[in-house]
Structure formats: structure tokens, C-alpha cells
Design a protein around this ligand. Structure first.
Ligand code: DX5
Ligand code: ZN
Length: 208
């Protein structure tokens, strides 16, 4: 299992990013919120871009914003492996997926807990990754929604049916107890479970 670490709940991101850099975590999950698509707002790009000073891990960017086209060119400049935006966030989905690909970056769509996996079908041939939210987007430290397990099963079947090789990433409320409900995924994204602990590597190991 690949592990992506979210530092959304970090009190002091520079320190936690340095500590994560010393672990074998696969990606740093960068949550971006605009105060519109979700209520909360994260720091502006001019501050967020300083991530590179503290880690050389590849970034897994999760855009929770209404206008992904404004953010894609910015985050494409960083050491970015994936840029994912929400299926529910805009009308020009294909244009935005193509915009991400134009930078040579892997593109993804995220779906909220109440969005059905079949809504992804029109875009499957373009997708490198699918982010299934197991909490409502907007903040860290929430409880894993247990219906997610069934959703991942449905998505696996769908990907097989459409011969898609998109990776499945699960985001929200992941810990050593809920991870068994995500075993059909390729990546798990965990925030507070790692960041609020005093041994990052041990928590990461427990998710693999
Ligand atoms: C929620 C974010 C998640 C969150 C994960 O809106 O997209 O990435 O930070 O944090 P935990 O693991 O604390 O739920
Ligand atoms: Zn996220």
C-alpha cells in the first residue's frame, strides 16, 4: 500500500514536513481549500510553494476549489506527481484534466462521499488517479465514513469493466483501524493519524 501524508492538521508545517521527509512516506498530500468549494481556506500559493524548502518528496495535490484552472498552473510548477480536483467543482472537467496533462503531470478526479462512482465513467479514459473521499472535504480529523468500503469495491469493478488503470486513493479518517476497509485501494492518504503522533514512521508502517 502506498501512503500519502496530509499536513493539513499540522500546527507547524515546516517541522512536520521535515520529519515526514525522513520517513519512507510515498507522497506529501497537499490540501488546497479556497473558502468557496469548502468553507475553510488554506494558505495562499506564495506561502504553500515553500514546501520545497522542507521536503523533496513528490506532491499529491488535492484541490478543493471552485476554479481548478486558476490553481493547476501554479501547483504544476512544484515537485508534483498528481493534481486532483473535484468532479463536483466545475463544468469544464475535460479541459482541466487536459490542462494538468499538458504539464506532464498525472491527473485525477476526487469524489465527495455522496457522489456515486458511476459519475466518473465519462472521464475514466483520461484519469491516472481517483480520490475517493471517506469524509466530507473541508477539514482533517473527521471520522471515516464506513460506506466507503462498498464504494471502493464498486469502483474496482468499474475500473475493470472500462479497462482503466487509474489508481485509487482514499482520503479522510484513515488510521490503523479503518485501513482494513481500504484494502482494495492503491494509496491511502492519512493526516492527523500521522501528524498528531510522536512517531511518524511507525504510523506510516501500520498503514502499509
Ligand atoms: C479533508 C482533506 C484530507 C484530510 C485528511 O478535507 O482532504 O486530506 O486532511 O486528514 P485526516 O486523516 O485527519 O482525516
Ligand atoms: Zn485531501
Amino acid at each position: 500500500m502506498l501512503v500519502s501524508a496530509s499536513f493539513l492538521s499540522s500546527k507547524y508545517p515546516p517541522d512536520d514536513l521535515k520529519k515526514l521527509n525522513e520517513t519512507d512516506v510515498d507522497y506529501i498530500h497537499v490540501d488546497i481549500m479556497d473558502g468557496k468549494f469548502v468553507k475553510n481556506k488554506t494558505m495562499p500559493f506564495r506561502e504553500m510553494k515553500n514546501i520545497y524548502k522542507f521536503t523533496d518528496k513528490r506532491l499529491d495535490v488535492h484541490l478543493m476549489v471552485n476554479k481548478p484552472e486558476k490553481y493547476i498552473p501554479l501547483y504544476a510548477e512544484l515537485n508534483t506527481e498528481f493534481i486532483t480536483f473535484h468532479l463536483e467543482s466545475c463544468d469544464d472537467i475535460i479541459e482541466n484534466l487536459e490542462l494538468i496533462k499538458s504539464y506532464g503531470i498525472k491527473c485525477g478526479l476526487a469524489i465527495k462521499p455522496n457522489t456515486e462512482v458511476k459519475e466518473l465513467v465519462p472521464y475514466l479514459s483520461l484519469l491516472d488517479i481517483i480520490l475517493v473521499m471517506s469524509v466530507e472535504p473541508g477539514m482533517g480529523g473527521q471520522k471515516f465514513i464506513k460506506e466507503t468500503e462498498k464504494k471502493i469495491e464498486e469502483l474496482r469493478i468499474l475500473l475493470k469493466e472500462y479497462k482503466s488503470e487509474a489508481l485509487i486513493n482514499i482520503d479522510g479518517g484513515i488510521n490503523n483501524r479503518t485501513k482494513k476497509e481500504t484494502k482494495l485501494s492503491d494509496i491511502v492518504t492519512a493526516g492527523s493519524y500521522i501528524i498528531k503522533s510522536n512517531n511518524f514512521q511507525e504510523k506510516i508502517d501500520s498503514l502499509r
